[in-house]
Write a protein that binds this ligand. Sequence first.
Ligand SMILES: [Cu+2]
Length: 113
Amino acid sequence: MPQPVSDMAAGFLTITNDGGTADKLTSVTSDAAGSVTLHRTVGTSMQEAASLDVPAHGRLVFKSGGNHLMFEMLKRKPKQGDTVDVELHFAESGTVKVAIPVESATYQPATGH
Ligand SMILES: [Cu+2]
């Protein structure tokens, strides 16, 4: 996550599915934000996605200019070096908790984190 400059922030990560069953990321929640939505980039505009596919033996990649998490109504402004706790909710795998590190405000992940 680039250090937010407002009450909104983008988040990036890479989800790897080692299993033989396709899954879907259906929602993301965080105590740090009032709302977290899944966005994908189509051309130059971004669209909210109801879910994102995680293929069997594949990866779901969030990166600059592509899929990203959109944190809105941040309850506090995380600083570089902090981590933001996030719960990833999957259709098949249930809930997975991750801590996303906060990077500099200009951080642009090319391949996810
Ligand atoms: Cu967005």
